[in-house]
Design a protein around this ligand. Structure first.
Ligand code: SUG
Length: 416
């Protein structure tokens, strides 16, 4: 049976704060801080465990091989000699943010009735531009069954693509036909617009989406300039619900009209700027939430615990769940280590609507496997990484050995 599976990126052993992402306020604010990779990864596993306890289907992706020496080699350098910004880019654990791994069109939406995935090129940020090769290898393994899946190479340069973080799907139920919305940026004032409209259009063609069920909507320049470097920082959709900030889209009224025309059953839950400013939305990351359908029916928002710390945000959310709207439950989770790099609960997962039985079982979470992952993390992940540590050859060794221990524990050494 088709169901929504959330694949979380396991937070890699090289997780660190290098301030690499222009336009991502948290990344800039925490540049140079000491990271805690072990705690970070355990927070990620705890989130997966909580979602499994809610009765949701859960999968995971492995961290990529870091530092990426092949990438440094292509730049005619190596870990020892690279300039600090390139070394940091080679070490980045940014593949943890699986919402940027790929754009996914589930089988009911596509011309050939298969689930299509296009790996994101992530070309705007140097440290993310070299993720796609490792991600593609992993997607090809997890979704190898060509009767059910088609995995595509990235959209070529110069059309930036950041995957599912800029893609929303509205549908009656996950297994019914959906309307797919590609959100793109034109400019973001001082900050880059990372998603190009041509990338979305190419993906829609490649996935075989029907024109009348496909929308291209411009992200608000003001939102990007305020730090919403991906649409999923200011909006999230699930089934027939769109939960969005008033200032998420450049032309709010036009966007809502187009969405209503393509999907009349949509329920738009809008948070007005008068109640929650863009700055508070971005600080609290209330929209970077997993909006999920519970097996018992009804929807819950799995959101960062930071949302509880901004009074305007928490008050608005409590009033929302007390009302008659579709979102009935708030589930705060602690992913602070990832949040400090601008990655909330929704960034950490890629949604794939599929029959779990058609996915390579090594990528599907069970409580026992989560226990095993936790044990490897506790034994092998560094406790701390300070910026200067990246130059220490011992760190590269530790990080590689840690990842390898995880691959072995999950019978995924083929990815080594
Ligand atoms: O691309 N942060 C990531 C956060 C990605 C969040 N994903 C979604 N919104 N879906 C980014 O900006 C920071 C790395 C550093 O600075 O060390 C970073 O890459």
């Amino acid at each position: 049976m088709l169901t929504e599976i959330n694949f979380d990126g396991i937070i890699g052993p090289s997780h660190n704060y290098a301030g690499l992402s222009l336009g991502n306020i948290a990344s800039a604010n925490n540049a140079g801080s000491v990271s805690e990779p072990r705690a970070a990864a355990l927070q990620g596993v705890a989130k997966m465990r909580a979602n499994v306890a809610l009765g949701l289907a859960q999968g995971f992706f492995m961290p990529l091989d870091r530092p990426n020496t092949a990438w440094l080699e292509s730049l005619a350098t190596d870990v020892a000699n690279a300039e600090p910004h390139l070394r940091a880019a080679a070490f980045s654990a940014s593949s943890m943010w699986a919402a940027n791994a790929a754009t996914v069109s589930p089988a009911p939406d596509t011309a050939d009735g298969r689930c299509h995935l296009t790996v994101a090129n992530l070309m705007t940020m140097p440290h993310r531009s070299h993720e796609w090769t490792g991600t593609l290898a992993q997607l090809q393994l997890a979704f190898a069954d060509e009767r059910h899946f088609a995995v595509h190479a990235p959209v070529p340069a110069p059309f930036g693509d950041e995957g599912a973080a800029n893609h929303m799907r509205l549908c009656e139920r996950h297994d019914s036909k959906g309307v797919e919305i590609f959100v793109y940026g034109k400019t973001g004032g001082p900050f880059p617009a990372r998603q190009h409209v041509e990338a979305g259009k190419a993906i829609a063609r490649r996935h075989g989406l029907a024109a009348e069920r496909t929308l291209f909507i411009q992200q608000s320049e003001t939102a990007i300039a305020a730090g919403a470097f991906h649409n999923d920082v200011v909006a999230v959709a699930n089934e027939s619900v769109l939960f969005t900030h008033e200032q998420a889209f450049e032309d709010r009224d036009g966007a809502y009209a187009a969405i209503r025309a393509a999907f009349p059953a949509v329920q738009i839950v809008e948070v007005p700027a008068s109640a929650v400013s863009l700055a508070d939305a971005i600080k609290s990351y209330l929209f970077n939430a997993q909006l999920v359908t519970l097996p018992s029916g009804g929807q819950a928002l799995v959101l960062p615990s930071e949302s509880q710390e901004v009074p305007a945000v928490w008050q608005w959310l409590e009033a929302m769940v007390a009302g008659n709207g579709p979102i009935r439950q708030l589930v705060p989770v602690n992913v602070r280590q990832s949040m400090a790099n601008g990655g909330g609960p929704a960034c950490l997962r890629l949604r794939v609507v599929a029959d779990p039985a058609t996915v390579d079982p090594r990528f599907i979470a069970t409580p026992e496997k989560l226990d095993a992952i936790e044990r490897v993390i506790a034994a092998h992940w560094p406790e701390r990484i300070a910026p200067g540590d990246l130059a220490d050859p011992k760190l590269a060794e530790t990080v590689r050995a840690a990842r390898f221990a995880l691959l072995r524990a999950l019978d995924l050494d083929t990815l080594a």
